[in-house]
Ligand binder design. Structure first.
Ligand code: SF4
Ligand code: SF4
Length: 246
């Protein structure tokens, strides 16, 4: 498929016959790692905004393939991690993220939702029989808040979701104070053996504006994924994290 050249890890398709008006969801994983050092901003958000990068790439792929469909990033009618598993793009980790061989979970997912009747010839293949990671549990043990302790991710206790929330409970404020983060959280991914030696992205768009590891009040946040909830959320995260930041 021609699009494999553009995204480095290809796009496959999975059929979702039950969704009205939708024939196929094509899903692609784009390597996004620009900087592997420690920081208070999660690695996925350090480079240019993946929404913009991925959407532009997928629109080009769609046009190259000559299919009719809508490009979606973080807004697919089928959860993107699940679609990636079904299409054989990556397996699903215990931490709930997509893991792609060679790139680990440091990928940005996007979808082309094809109109019914489009793309019936595209099919993916599962990477493993079940499409899930081996369940070593390193991510569960590493999580500082216990958010992975139950059967599924507890978003109320997950720092990645907490740093994106407009309002926080007292418990969430305490969690963020105890475990400083300006945006997102990589701890479970850092612990994952699938991310050892994960390749840096070769997509120049992600590196175009330089990696940012921390938020600083007043900094230019244009074209950054960590800006999508607005500056007030970042200022709050900064304030709550400041006291404990080494
Ligand atoms: S750390 Fe282990 S259990 Fe967690 S996602 Fe990675 S491989 Fe799966
Ligand atoms: S992102 Fe952080 S808080 Fe959320 S599950 Fe992973 S380690 Fe836990």
């Amino acid at each position: 498929m021609g699009c494999e050249v553009a995204v480095r890890h290809g796009a496959c398709a999975a059929g979702y016959a039950d969704l009205p008006g939708i024939g196929t969801v094509m899903i692609a994983a784009f390597p996004s790692l620009t900087d592997d050092g420690p920081g208070l901003i999660a690695r996925y958000a350090r480079g240019a905004d993946y929404h913009t990068v991925v959407a532009a790439r997928l629109e080009a792929i769609r046009d190259e393939l000559g299919v009719i469909g809508t490009v979606r990033v973080d807004s697919s009618p089928v959860p993107e991690v699940m679609a990636a598993r079904m299409a054989g793009v990556g397996k699903t980790g215990r931490h709930g993220l997509c893991i792609v061989p060679g790139y680990g979970s440091y990928v940005a997912l996007g979808a082309i939702v094809l109109d019914r009747g489009q793309g019936s010839g595209f099919r993916g293949q599962l990477l493993t029989d079940a499409g899930f990671c081996g369940g070593c549990g390193e991510c569960v043990r590493a999580c500082p808040t216990g958010a992975l302790g139950g059967e599924r991710l507890d978003r109320e206790r997950c720092l990645s979701f907490i740093t994106q929330a407009k309002t926080l409970t007292a418990v969430q404020e305490a969690l963020l104070k105890a475990h400083p983060r300006h945006w997102g959280c990589d701890t479970c991914q850092e612990a994952c053996p699938e991310n050892k030696n994960a390749a840096m992205t070769a997509l120049p768009e992600f590196n175009a504006s330089g990696a940012v590891r921390e938020y600083c009040p007043g900094m230019d946040i244009d074209d950054r994924a960590f800006a999508w909830r607005g500056r007030d959320v970042l200022e709050r995260n900064y304030r709550l994290s400041e006291r404990d930041t080494p």
